[in-house]
Design a protein around this ligand. Structure first.
Ligand SMILES: [Zn+2]
Length: 229
């Protein structure tokens, strides 16, 4: 696998090769069959929990366990909690916990989708840190972070391996408050090119795009040591 692209989170085969492309296990398998080399992240999105039911969910989890073994799948996600869409938060939480376990078992970072559930997600992070036999060892990347400086601080203070990814829209005060060594960038669904995202985040940090890109590249090499060794 070549280096991880600077764009840590995007969707769709048009981003193939220029971003870590995120999809369901089936979507990732389709892209691989179409010749997309990756890298990918694969996960059961909170929105996808809507109509699956418990049995469907277990099948999907089993499929995910197979897909994340592939070398071109570098992360598990996006996964998480969404108070506005998807199944009940109880079912979403069940699926999320299982995917944390999968991330730990396969040794690949987790990409988080968090909508109006930041407090709950941080509680779960603390609980799982205690409950999992070896705690949480994998990096957690909160993608599309739009929260406040306080929320950024709280999440990053939980573990050294927690990161925040900033995209098309974010709170400049939060970006300004974050140590760049814990920061990533993404395009997600936006049409905005990654270079604009990097420019905007660099502005918020009062730095330049070149310096910020270098720091993010170094962050990626810590998050994905197996790929950079
Ligand atoms: Zn996304």
């Amino acid at each position: 696998m070549q280096q991880i692209p600077l764009d840590i989170h995007a969707h769709g085969r048009q981003k193939c090769g220029s971003a870590v492309v995120s999809g369901s296990p089936a979507e990732v398998m389709d892209m691989i069959e179409d010749g997309c080399p990756g890298p990918f992240s694969a996960g059961i999105h909170p929105w996808a929990t809507q109509n699956l039911g418990v049995e469907g969910m277990n099948l999907e989890l089993a499929r995910l366990e197979r897909v994340v073994e592939l070398p071109c799948v570098v992360a598990v996600g996006e996964v998480g909690l969404d108070a506005l869409r998807g199944a009940s938060l109880a079912l979403q939480e069940f699926v999320f916990r299982r995917q944390v376990e999968i991330s730990e078992a396969v040794g690949k970072p987790l990409v988080l989708h968090v909508v109006r559930t930041g407090h709950r997600l941080m509680e779960l992070c603390k609980t799982l840190q205690r409950e999992l036999p070896q705690g949480i060892r994998q990096p957690w990347i909160w993608h599309g972070f739009r929260g406040s400086p306080q929320q950024a601080d709280q999440f990053l203070a939980l573990r050294e391996k927690n990161y925040l990814s900033f995209g098309e829209r974010f709170n400049p005060a939060a970006a300004a408050a974050v140590n760049p060594g814990r920061m990533l960038v993404e395009t997600d669904e936006a049409d905005m090119p990654l270079s604009r995202v990097v420019d905007n985040v660099a502005d918020a940090l009062s730095t330049d795009a070149f310096s910020l890109s270098g720091i993010i590249q170094a962050n990626l090499s810590r998050i994905f040591p197996a790929i950079y060794e």
